[in-house]
Design a protein around this ligand. Sequence first.
Ligand code: ADP
Ligand code: MG
Length: 637
Amino acid sequence: MNKKQKKMLIRIIIAFILSIMLKLITKLVDFNTITAGNYIIFVLYLIPYFVIGYDILKKALKGIKNRQVFDENFLMAVATIGALSIALIEKSTEYTEAVAVMLFYQIGELFQSYAVGKSRKNISELMDIRPDYANIEQNGNIERVDPDKVEIGSIILVKPGEKIPIDGVIDEGKSSLDTSALTGESVPRGVNTGDEVTSGCINLEGILKIRTSKEFCESTVSKILDLVENASSRKSKSENFISRFAKIYTPAVCYSALALAVIPPIVRIAFMNLPPLWGEWIYRALTFLVISCPCALVISIPLSFFAGIGGAGNAGVLIKGSNYLEELAKTKYVVFDKTGTVTEGVFEVDGVHHNVLEKKELLEYTALAESFSTHPISRSIIMAYGKKVNQKRVKNVQEISGCGIIAKVDKKEVAVGNAKLMKKLGLNYSECHNVGTVVHVAINGEYHGHIVISDKIKPSSKEAIRKLKSIGIKQTIMLTGDKKEVADAVADELEISEVYSELLPEDKVEKLEEILKKKNKGDVLAFVGDGINDAPVLTRADVGIAMGAMGSDAAIEAADIVLMDDNPLKLSKAIRISKKCMRIVYENIYFAIGIKSACLILGMFGIANMWIAIFADVGVMVIAVINAIRTLFVKNL
Ligand code: ADP
Ligand code: MG
């Protein structure tokens, strides 16, 4: 509990004790027999009333001054002042009710601020990845410095138990890393000299010397924190609906209450020849005001989304706003990219078929030409080449998305890529009988052979597609720039129902538009890619989901949702989290509106009094908030 909450608790206790004491006194002494007794007890009751309610009265006054009259403070102020006035006029000495309404309202507020604070703290603890310092070696001493101050290319030291503060490459050392804060995965990842490591992971064993490859503000940790901090600013439709609803609803309730107070008594005198019973009807109108307080909705719905995003983040799924969470729950079509999404994106060289050059030379030229690219194919070929590439030998690199690369290596024109590239350059090439992705190589306009590479399907891809189907995804579709044979084989293996292959990045967008046009209006299409050659599609889809926050920056930027550990299984998890969250949001909407409408009707007929009203209001709010917090728990989804 923070200071403010403690202060409120003390106020609640004082007001509670004072009103009990006053109640006892009125039981023992009949104030109506004392001169001005009614006024004395009234003034005495004002003490607990102001103790508990002064801030609400102040806020209500401020609202009136700012011409934003209708809010819950106004409702509470009018209801309680009204109740006090009626009791004063009727000389009933029954002032407890007004104090009790304020008291319970404040108990509700206290509970809510505690619950919201608690869940916020919980989430920021779950996302506790912000490193406080980096160790730097300076003149033989190890010094702790602010991660912000570490320059690219510095060597930082990470001891066992410490967080890696900045992205980089291991220069020396061997260890295993706890990546769970980022990915939600509990199995440690073994790392060795030369491996890339991501900030936010915890070093479990040996001392690591890491050469930083980014500045702190560009590192994974900073990006994720930015993302999470900004997530609540993107509101979902349900949240917008509720805030618009509250704007219309509260004034509507106030005017109805006014009508309830005035019309029945007038009708009674004018047409029915009955006593008007002003007190009775005004009391009903005030009860009506208390019941109708919309705080259960106004609080619980944003809280549900907040907890949903937090729970997802804890499971390694970053959602950039509640609007995406809401959309995700309606997903019916899932479109996949192939390379790096359902496959590892780590190609193995199966064969080098050459005619003029030696095999080694062919591989060398290819690796050199590919050396500036971040495409999975390039990285794999460089890996297969195995030796250090001297990038100084490479000039004029031109990467043609979805086709390949043209570059000058040792003053020779080297073109490496698929059949499309060869056709584009007007070169003859020979087909390959092996199944696999083929990288053709031409040097100075002469065809020199090809390298056959193959990619492995991720171990969890098949299960991922099956799970998607089992949670009601209508169709799974794959788009890829790779050869038809390879694409079909992968889709077959994974039981993906539709495949489109040999697409350039712009063809992928076009295909996606076609699918978007065909689908039903309420259905949502999600595209899942790794951000390499598919950033435009990520942006175009209803929901863009990127694999691999661990690698590609383009993906984090373009996507609405990021799966932190490249695991396609997280997809169905993310959808289930969103569905649970939306279910809870709707439960709360129906529950709150249902109970309130029932109480409103009872109040109108004079069956529900103000006690029932305040219990209904605070009770509904407490239940709705507890229900909302359930969205935080996503472990077993
Ligand atoms: P995907 O849609 O499967 O992610 P891309 O659109 O990235 O594939 O690439 C499509 C095809 O273009 C690849 O299968 C490959 O044949 C060719 N290609 C793209 N980039 C390169 C490259 N850097 N080197 C060689 N071939 C490439
Ligand atoms: Mg790709």
